[in-house]
Design a protein around this ligand. Structure first.
Ligand SMILES: [Zn+2]
Length: 631
């Protein structure tokens, strides 16, 4: 493996290390970690002296990151919370100690980079005795160390977000970490993919190392899957305790003769869980796991790819004592599968990505509009059917009209369209907005004489001439009315964290100013399309009323999920199959769904009795402080 980590030289080096901290070490990162690395109490459940034997699947990864290996790029697909971050920390800390040079770590966003630096990196540097004197405490900019910049003898480490393209272009670097790669922006400022940029930045350095890691997301649009495809594609295999056959532990499934198997009691709880060997089909109990993993090896599909090494392991090899026991993973599977059956694919995707390290194949088939129309039900428009608890509206803004849908939502996200209308007129003028006010401040009769109010209204701010008009409208009606902006990146939550939009004359954000809410349109569309195929009343079912014309249904099903190739990379996109014809009904449904989530839709199932939702009134006048209520 390495010329520098033979037993004798290692022993010498370690003796030297024990004699005095100032002496230089030249170990592989695995050996260095076992001798010198400590996990801080602040951020680790297993803090203190690091032992690579606890997680044997990290060793080959650390060895390939070491200077003795010819590998230049190391790609890791990992489950969540199983050693992925620790590998990056060992690489960076060992580098600072033994092989210092210019280094850059990129995370999806600047704020994630800041948080990683404060909560993980700084405590770790403090916990590793050999680094304390090398990396000075962060005090001031003048001292060379800030949150996003760590200087040390022989090099420096910069941290940044993939959303700040400028920082990629400065001086060249030897070590690059792309962390949580599936969260990256695909094309940074028109400069190409992050890999291309990274390649240019490290291109001139001999002995360069690029470490790319992430959990995976969706099949045809995952950055890390693409990087892994070009790698040696190593899977962590472990030997069966009965027959010795090597295998990559995986879920298997109900109809397979290998994988995780379990038994449930009458209450549905997992009471027994084991692994069935794919070779001898015998039962392997979890207490064998520690010994099996200790004897584990990566089996590479393309071992000749020595420059680009790929690694994949999943939560089934988590060390004994960590939360991810096989029975726990089975329990989580059952929960996710139950939600999937109800037309809610999100939890299942999270389970596939976080536990199995496998991508999720999204369902983007277009529902047949005539089938959905034929299913329409005889309730009246503008009335609220039994079972509905929250009303929310979605508004799509075009240059000559607003399209508005009001939807009602009940338990388990069952939903009913209450009304769809187009308000014609120029959004730059007040009349369309006044008509919208009339609609969204109205009451809607439900069963038993209850009058329902709309709790939440999402208005698309787009990025055209109408954006300012939308902001002005939302500013004085927050928090009931909010401006939103769609993000088509797969895997984004339906409702993200808002950003402040109003600035003072010198560019500071105004605390009570209008907010922009990012909406994961891809996630929402996949969810809505999956649910349109549910025929039985109950969880996830989407209801419409009799009387809507064909145009509404054609708009509602106007988009299709396609994979397009940009510069050779697959990119998932939603295409309007109607060409230039309208598709606002689907957008309105997406925005209303996001508005309902803001209004507390995920918490409806926790309520014990049916009652009309609270009315949120807008402030009495423009000068009143906006209410800061959050759902
Ligand atoms: Zn076996």
């Amino acid at each position: 493996m390495s010329k520098g980590s033979g037993k004798t030289s290692k022993d010498c080096a370690v003796d030297a290390f024990r004699d005095g901290l100032a002496l230089d070490l030249a170990l592989s990162y695995t050996d260095w970690a076992d001798e010198c690395f400590y996990l801080p109490r602040e951020s680790s459940s297993e803090y203190g002296r690091y032992r690579s034997a606890r997680t044997p699947f990290v060793r080959e990864i650390l060895d390939d990151l070491s200077p003795m290996s010819p590998a230049e790029t190391v790609v890791l697909i990992k489950p969540t919370q199983t050693a992925g971050t620790t590998i990056g920390l060992i690489f960076l800390c060992g580098m600072i100690d033994m092989y210092p040079g210019p280094a850059l770590m990129i995370m999806p966003t600047d704020s994630m980079a800041r948080s990683f630096s404060k909560k993980k990196l700084a405590p770790t540097i403090k916990a590793v005795p050999r680094l304390r004197s090398k990396v000075k405490e962060q005090k001031s900019r003048a001292g060379g160390n800030t949150i996003l910049q760590k200087d040390f003898p022989g090099g420096s480490l910069a941290l940044t977000g993939s959303n700040s393209g400028a920082s990629y272009r400065s001086e060249s670097i030897k070590y690059l970490v792309l962390d949580d790669f599936d969260g990256f922006e695909l094309d940074i400022d028109g400069e190409g993919s992050p890999e291309e940029l990274a390649d240019r930045r490290t291109g001139t350095f001999p002995g360069r190392k690029i470490y790319i890691n992430s959990t995976t997301t969706t099949k045809d649009a995952s950055n890390i899957e693409r990087a892994f495809d070009h790698s040696s594609q190593g899977y962590f295999h472990v030997p069966c305790p009965h027959c010795g056959g090597l295998q990559y532990l995986t879920w298997g499934g109900k109809d397979t003769d290998f994988g995780i198997k379990f038994e449930r009691n009458e209450a549905g709880d997992v009471v027994d869980c084991w692994y069935q060997c794919e070779h001898c089909h015998q039962r392997i109990d979890e207490h064998h796991k520690t010994a099996m993993c200790a004897a584990g090896v990566y089996v590479h599909r393309y071992p000749e790819r020595v420059k680009t090494r790929g690694f994949r392991y999943n939560a089934l090899v988590s060390p004994a004592g960590w939360v991810n026991s096989w029975a726990y993973i089975a329990k989580k599977f059952l929960e996710a599968a139950a939600e999937l059956k109800q037309g809610n694919p999100q939890k299942y995707q999270v389970w596939m990505n976080s536990f199995m390290s496998e991508p999720f194949e999204q369902v983007g088939d277009r529902p047949e509009w005539a089938t959905i129309k034929a299913r329409a039900e005889p309730y009246q428009a503008l009335t609220v059917p039994a079972g509905a608890m929250i009303l929310a509206a979605g508004v799509d803004v075009q240059h000559n009209r607003l399209a508005v849908s009001v939807w009602a939502y009940g338990r388990k996200e069952e939903s009913w369209l209450i009304y769809h209308i187009e308000i014609h007129g120029d959004p730059m003028h007040d009349d369309v907005w006044q008509q919208l006010d009339l609609l969204i401040s109205g009451t809607f009769p439900g069963g038993g004489g209850v009058q329902h109010h709309i709790s939440s209204v999402g208005v698309d701010a787009g990025d055209g001439a109408t954006t300012q008009a939308v902001r002005n409208y939302c500013r004085t009606r927050a928090p009931k009315v909010f401006a939103l902006k769609g993000s088509s990146t797969p895997g984004r939550p339906v409702v993200g964290a808002p950003t402040k939009q109003d600035l003072t004359w010198n560019g500071e954000k105004i605390e009570d100013g209008v907010e922009m809410w990012p909406i994961g349109t891809d996630t929402a569309k996949v969810t809505i399309y999956t649910r349109m195929k549910i025929n039985d009343p109950g969880p996830g079912r989407i209801h419409t009323y009799v009387g809507l014309d064909d145009e509404y249904y054609e708009q509602l099903t106007a988009e299709k999920l396609v994979t397009r190739f940009v510069k050779g990379y697959p990119v998932r996109e939603w295409h309007n199959v109607r060409g230039s014809k309208r598709n606002e009904a689907l957008d309105c449904a997406v925005y209303a769904y996001a508005a309902a989530i803001r209004a507390g839709l995920p918490y409806l199932d926790l309520k014990s009795e049916l009652k009309p939702p609270p009315v949120v009134r807008r402030p009495a006048n423009n000068h009143a402080p906006a209410r800061r209520k959050r759902w």
